[in-house]
Design a protein. Structure first.
Length: 382
């Protein structure tokens, strides 16, 4: 099929499901902790502050690796295969990225070195707008080359006529990052002063850094979350690039970065939101839509982890559902409260197992990239 994806709910025909093969560890360094800082601070009882290592080479191997137990990776891959199987059973064509080869452990740029992260949360670094693939500038160093692992899929869509664009790639030195969100909004604080980030010969100031999962696609409109100068620069680029095709509506600090565990459009006129307060930050036209606010997730919905397991998401991660069509939604089977709430609103719920979403930073929406849906550039906001 030809690439065509404008919204989050119209009938799904083709989708990419991520892979976690050879996922070994999380590496604690500046970009990682800036991205996950809200959850590292608030959702790890044994850690009161986040960690900030310099990029300078030191004798104590600066970045700190947090190993991931192999059992969790094996179970995650089982669950990913289950997600793919559930989608196939709904007549959706499932595509998979290349796996990270076991011999590839790190990548380097002129400014830094980082481990390779598998293409698990494939939503994050690619924005599909109609017939165009837009690779977005990564926010975490270890994910810098992640979209290369989707290249066979992208090349096939390109061969069929899709447009394919790569946004400007950042150097990602310490000076590239706008730290204002952390200074203003963080409940915790760094263990090392960050007023003067480590200088680099490649410093160019704040750069575009922005994930596609900061966007809510609504036909000819995109709602984009902006919390930093990095996000704002990327939105400037998107507005100019998509001018005349798509309207960008900025919302400010709806979350630290991604919004797909804060608000999702399940069908025209219906939003799934974390709380009614979310509406106050959305464009006025969306405030008129019906909202579904599920009960607060219970702790017994989640596995219990040891103190050395790093939790990366809040308990609201399971709001990260995937719509297969305007009436059908994939939901984590471990969330009976959410399932009952959606069924009460006349949705058909397809329960699917997903155990370790808090350790790997993603739910069903994060783990998938819808490439073909039936919908078009409709106007849902006027």
């Amino acid at each position: 099929m030809h690439l065509n994806s404008w919204d989050e709910w119209s009938p799904l025909r083709e989708v990419i499901v991520g892979s976690a093969r050879n996922y070994l560890s999380h590496e604690r360094e500046l970009s990682f902790d800036l991205f996950f800082h809200d959850n590292i601070v608030n959702d790890n009882e044994f850690r009161t502050e986040w960690y900030y290592p310099r990029l300078a080479v030191r004798d104590d191997t600066t970045p700190r690796a947090v190993p991931i137990k192999q059992r969790y990776v094996d179970e995650l891959n089982e669950d990913l295969d289950g997600i793919a199987g559930a989608l196939r059973s709904l007549s959706v064509t499932v595509l998979r990225p290349m796996d990270v080869h076991e011999s590839t452990t790190r990548v380097s740029t002129p400014a830094w070195s980082a481990p390779v992260v598998p293409p698990l949360n494939v939503r994050d670094n690619t924005l599909i707008v109609g017939d165009e693939i837009i690779e977005t500038p990564p926010m975490i160093r270890s994910r810098y080359f992640e979209t290369q692992l989707l290249k066979p899929v992208f090349q096939e869509y390109f061969r069929r006529g899709a447009r394919w664009t790569v946004m400007p790639r950042p150097f990602m030195t310490d000076a590239s990052f706008d730290l204002s969100y952390v200074r203003d909004a963080s409940a915790g604080g760094p263990t090392e002063v960050i007023e003067a980030p480590e200088p680099s010969p490649y410093d160019v100031g704040h750069e575009m850094m922005f994930d596609a999962a900061q966007c809510l696609r609504l036909g000819r409109d995109i709602v984009a979350n902006v919390s930093t100068a990095n996000h704002a620069l990327a939105c400037d680029w998107l507005e100019r690039h998509l001018e005349g095709r798509v309207r960008i509506h900025r919302v400010h600090r709806l979350s630290d970065s991604h919004i797909d565990s804060m608000v999702l459009a399940l069908r025209p006129g219906t939003l799934l939101v974390r709380s009614p307060a979310v509406l106050e930050l959305l464009p006025e036209a969306l405030r008129k839509w019906d909202i579904i606010v599920p009960p607060v997730p219970q702790n017994d919905n989640f596995p219990r982890y040891a103190d050395d397991d790093l939790v990366l998401t809040s308990r609201f991660i399971d709001l990260n559902v995937l719509s297969v069509d305007p009436d059908t939604v994939l939901v984590n089977e471990a969330c009976p409260e959410l399932i009952r709430e959606l069924e009460a609103h006349k949705f058909t719920v397809v329960p699917v197992r997903h155990r370790h979403r808090r350790l790997f930073g993603g739910g069903f929406h994060c783990f998938t990239l819808d490439t073909v849906r039936d919908g078009g550039p409709e106007n849902y906001l006027d």
